[in-house]
Design a binder for this molecule. Structure first.
Ligand code: COA
Ligand code: AMP
Length: 605
């Protein structure tokens, strides 16, 4: 480790921030070797709890260090060097964390793709990241389904426009038990053999600004953005565990997310380990695996101090267990706070869980780009405020700006664009992978001197921030950011659909779900129902995670005279909100057709 002498430099041309530019460190060293050296070798580092596989086990810091060092050696033997990309398409198993930490040990850049994305979306990410190696598994477990991951991997590699990567496959006993028999190909290597047979390697010193990982997130267009984060991230992560999550060495942190999302990177893998905590790696759902008491069971079993989940998961628990009958079955007295993020949290859900759990349920705001919370309350001091995600946290100067005048809005209750005054703190994205121009255009140009968060929000009378909705075409479905632009591109693949609009409609469980409106033209082949074909297209090309369950044929879509579809008007009608027709509307009578499609109370039908 080399201590930095410079805190921050910012490139005047690209806007790229370099925190601690002459500092050196290694994430895996700080997460593992340092903990073992400090006497934590026998402490559980990762408590893997599978509610779907029934194969729970724990890895101590010593065992995790050994597996990571050997897997890093295995990657090296396959030719992976510093700066090379390694793509992960993995279920929620400890081997996913092993592979991530092994990459960080040798300076390889990992890129984890969420398992709920289908082959085509996976292929887009493979083409962009150009990985030397893909790490995957023969299956993922979803409630009562066993998902054959290798089918997606094989077709994605075929579709991708880059050299064929080598593939390391974790063959899970759960797959074999459920009839998955994957035949290894010449390019494939077995995960467990790689760990067993490879020579362990030492962590390499990395510059604070060497890339740690890329993670793809949705933007306005169908092309995902490869958010790039560097090793200086360690600073903010470690700091946030003490200063924000108030979880200390030896305690247990439970982030009920997935390693395919940023929350999983930060608070399942890196931050708890940097802090010397035990991290629960949970494979399952908040409900139905087996019931709505599963989170409380996990908290009791691992004596969890703090947990993190999405509001949608709490809504699901409340829906299945409205009278909290599962709670008294478990001793959750170790739990001091429950943090929620990923989407706007409705005050009623927060209040319900504060009352039933008897602890603060803390809403906080962050994004894939930030890598850690930007806004929240220091729960011990101030308490929570329904509907708000708190105050800016240290390192973030968050302001509401008027999108037209670009001036700061300080008046309470006035909606504006949420922006962060530069500089951004360490651990924030540094740029987009291979695309500095898009980074600048997407985030730094709308409000000179600010980072544009892509969210709309407002201040309340006490200066607390309320994040209301996205300003781009992304929607948050069950806490997952999905691009409606991508969904529209996918619907338009249908040979009989020349035009469509995909909008986010409010949903009691998932917060928002996508609904497609489409026009049909031309001769039809086959006697199938177009709306079923649309839903199937989205499953096939984007993946089940998009949760597109409603597609509706219409005669016409309302547009401006310049041909822009009035998506906001359609969305407001669908959500039963007040709407205004712009003077530039081409044919106002088209709106009648939309009103017919969404009569009052249509969602319950
Ligand atoms: N691999 C493969 N498929 C996956 C998957 C994965 N990792 N994750 C989800 N899917 C599939 C599911 O099987 C489901 O497919 P189906 O349509 O065939 O049933 C689809 O994607 C939607 O899954 P999900 O979003 O989990 O919806 P659900 O209806 O099964 O469950 C909730 C609803 C609310 C319980 C669930 O969305 C949830 O737990 N949300 C919390 C999300 C979260 O923690 N986000 C953290 C962000 S901070
Ligand atoms: P993602 O990058 O997928 O984590 O999505 C980030 C987006 O989720 C943010 O830009 C917000 O739109 C939304 N979001 C995250 N946390 C909150 C929150 N606490 N309140 C409201 N919206 C949130």
């Amino acid at each position: 480790m080399v201590l930095p002498t410079t805190a921050l430099t910012i490139s005047p041309t690209t806007g790229i921030h370099n925190w601690f530019p002459d500092g050196e460190l290694n994430m895996s060293y700080n997460a593992l070797d340092r903990q073992v050296d400090d006497g934590r070798g026998d402490q559980v580092a990762i408590a893997y709890h599978s509610s779907v596989g029934g194969n729970s086990r724990s890895l101590t810091y010593r065992k995790l260090l050994e597996d990571v060092s050997r897997f890093a050696g295995g990657l090296r033997e396959l030719g992976v060097e510093k700066g090379d990309r390694v793509l992960l398409y993995m279920p929620m198993v400890p081997e996913s964390a092993v592979a991530m930490l092994a990459c960080s040990r040798i300076g390889a850049v990992h890129s984890v793709v969420f398992g709920g994305f289908a082959a085509k979306e996976l292929a887009v990410r493979i083409s962009d990241a150009e990985p030397k190696v893909i790490v995957t598994a023969d299956c993922g477990l979803e409630r009562d389904k066993c998902i054959p991951y290798m089918e997606a991997i094989n077709s994605a590699i075929e579709l991708a426009s880059c050299d064929e990567p080598k593939v390391i496959v974790l063959r899970r006993p759960e797959g074999a038990e459920r009839g998955i028999k994957y035949e290894m190909k010449d390019r494939d290597h077995d995960f467990l053999e790689t760990v067993e047979k490879s020579q362990p390697v030492e962590p390499v010193p990395l510059n604070a600004n060497d890339p740690l990982y890329t993670i793809y997130t949705s933007g306005t267009t169908g092309d995902p953005k490869g958010v790039l984060r560097d090793n200086s991230h360690a600073v903010h992560l470690k700091y946030s565990m003490s200063s924000y999550y108030s979880t200390f060495p030896g305690e247990t942190f439970f982030a009920a997310s997935d390693i395919g999302w940023v929350v999983g990177h930060s608070y399942i893998v890196y931050a708890p380990l940097l802090q010397g905590c035990t991290s629960v790696l949970f494979e399952g759902k908040p409900v139905g695996t087996p019931d709505a008491g599963e989170y409380w069971r996990v908290i009791e079993k691992y004596k969890v101090s703090a947990m993190f989940t999405a509001p949608t998961a709490l809504r699901a628990i409340r829906r299945d267990d409205p009278n909290s009958e599962h709670l008294p079955e478990h001793d959750i007295s170790s739990l001091r706070a429950c943090f929620v993020a990923g989407e706007r949290a409705d005050p009623d859900t927060i209040r319900h869980f504060e009352e039933t759990l008897g602890i603060p349920v803390v809403d906080h705001w962050w994004q894939t780009e930030s890598g850690s919370p930007m806004c929240g309350v220091q729960f011990e001091d101030v308490g929570t405020v329904g509907g708000s995600c708190g105050l800016p946290l240290p390192g973030f100067d968050i302001q509401v700006l008027d999108p037209y005048t670009k001036q700061q809005v300080t008046e309470p209750g006035v909606l504006g664009s949420i922006a962060i005054k530069l500089p951004l703190p360490p651990g924030f994205m540094t740029t987009l992978f291979n695309n500095n121009d898009r980074y600048k255009k997407s985030y730094l140009e709308a409000f000179p001197g600010y980072y544009d968060a892509g969210d709309a929000g407002m201040l309340d009378r006490n200066g607390y921030i309320h994040i209301m909705e996205r300003t781009d075409d992304a929607i948050n479905v069950a806490g997952h950011r999905i691009s409606t632009g991508l969904l529209e591109e996918t619907v338009l693949r249908h040979p009989n659909i020349p035009e469509c609009a995909v909008i986010g409609v409010n949903d009691d469980l998932k917060g928002v779900v996508p609904v497609a409106l489409f026009i049909v033209s031309g001769d039809r082949e086959g006697g199938g129902d177009v709306k079923d074909e649309v839903i199937e297209l989205v499953r096939e090309y984007v993946g089940p995670v998009a949760a597109m369950r409603t597609a509706i044929e219409v005669q016409a879509l309302p547009k401006t005279r310049s041909g822009k579809i009035l998506r906001q008007v359609i969305r407001k009608i669908a959500n039963g909100e007040e709407y205004k027709l712009p003077g530039t509307i081409e044919d106002a009578s088209v709106v009648d057709g939309i009103l017919e499609v969404f009569p009052e109370g249509w969602r319950g039908k």
